[in-house]
Write a protein that binds this ligand. Structure first.
Ligand code: F6P
Length: 367
């Protein structure tokens, strides 16, 4: 097995709290434990395509553990297999080309023995293609506030987003109570309901709406009306951005031409807020929490998980476990082939213990 001398590291996709903690874990482990050099690749795969690479020293990662974002920069539109150009086709659409050979050249030119790809399913799908189709050794580290990657029990970033969402629900709780209103809070999560389910339970939401359980407005109104009958004059509804009505579609804030990420979710809370006010006659407001859920300092849990992932990614690289993703299973860190880990997104199981618990304490899922 070839001895690893130089590791490249990149962060791809949407940022999330804990990325810097992984980078620090990688750099410190590689240099201190193995004498391996580490090279930071800027702005996700853009750095490999456009040759933005520089050496990372111990001093570069000193003090970054509690910092949000990523010191390397990130991007979710620089897919080497479908890279945007400034040229347009005959219909006026931007042309996309395969620049994966450029990536291979950059890896060879910089003598990188392995690339550690820290990212969500999109970043890992690209990493796996670079490994399988171009022969580039990669080790993946799963990140996302959405918690929707199957190769791990939990992703770092989720716990921080959950705290932010719960704290927002708590704040809306007191103002809802004072004004006797319904408050609808929309949280992120893409097509998975993890943030909504967990923050909804933690914040005591009366209604939780998740993509895995399509809802009806009548059922939501039924729940609010039963609260009114019990003398409860306010209600909290937590809705995942990817939730949809029975027989309906997800609500997109905007659709864009970028084939790598064409749908920007957002806005379902406005629709629910207006309809529920009409159905119940109770004054309603909505809040879309948005990117605030991805910002700021990682929680202690995320810092620890990210540090473990950083350390174990280097170990996996040294052991030649290319094309694998590190993940946590119970109290252990395990690796899984990336292809397997991302084959099916991790979604909330409608009959899971957590959903049953929420229902048992009276939470409605609008079903
Ligand atoms: O995947 C993380 C996430 O924050 C999702 O929850 C959300 O739908 C999406 O990214 C937003 O992406 P962008 O940063 O491109 O707006």
């Amino acid at each position: 097995m070839k001895k690893i001398k130089r590791i490249g590291v990149l962060t791809g996709g949407g940022d999330c709290p804990g990325l810097n903690a992984v980078i620090r874990g990688v750099v410190d482990t590689a240099i201190l434990d193995y004498g391996i050099e580490v090279y930071g690749i800027r702005d996700g795969y853009s750095g490999l395509i456009n040759k933005k690479i520089s050496k990372l020293e111990l001093t570069d990662v000193s003090g970054i553990l509690p910092r949000g974002g990523t010191i390397l920069g990130t991007s979710n539109r620089d897919n080497p297999f479908m890279y945007h150009t400034n040229e347009k086709d005959k219909d006026g659409n931007l042309k996309y080309i395969d620049v994966s050979k450029e990536v291979l050249k950059t890896v060879d030119y910089n003598d990188l023995d392995v690339i550690i790809t820290i990212g969500g399913d999109g970043t890992q799908a690209i990493a796996n293609r670079l490994y399988e189709e171009c022969g580039i050794p990669v080790v993946g580290v799963p990140k996302t506030i959405d918690n929707d990657i199957d190769g791990t029990d939990v992703t770092f970033g989720f716990d921080t987003a959950l705290s932010i969402a719960t704290s927002a629900i708590d704040k809306l709780h007191s103002t809802a109570e004072s004004h006797h209103r319904i408050m609808v809070i929309e949280v992120m999560g893409r097509y998975a309901g993890w943030i909504a389910l967990h923050s909804g339970i933690a914040g005591g939401s009366d209604v939780i709406l998740i993509p895995e359980l399509p809802f009806t407005m009548d059922k939501i109104a039924e729940k609010i009306n039963s609260r009114t009958k019990q003398g409860k004059r306010f209600s909290l509804i937590t809705v995942a951005e990817g939730a949809k009505m029975k027989g309906g579609n997800v609500v997109a804030q905007r659709k864009v031409a970028d084939p790598n990420d064409p749908i920007r979710l957002g806005g379902i809370s406005t629709i629910i807020g207006n309809k529920i006010e009409d159905l119940t006659g109770i004054e309603t407001r909505f809040t879309i929490l948005g990117h605030v859920q991805r910002g700021g300092s990682p929680s202690p849990f995320d810092r620890i998980l990210a540090t473990r992932f950083g350390y174990h990614a280097v170990v996996a690289a040294v052991e030649g476990k290319f094309g694998h993703l590190v993940g946590v299973r119970g109290e252990y860190i395990k690796t899984t082939p990336i292809a397997e880990a991302i084959a099916v997104p991790r979604r909330v199981k409608p009959d899971s213990e957590l959903v049953k618990t929420a229902m048992a304490v009276g939470t409605s899922f609008g079903i």
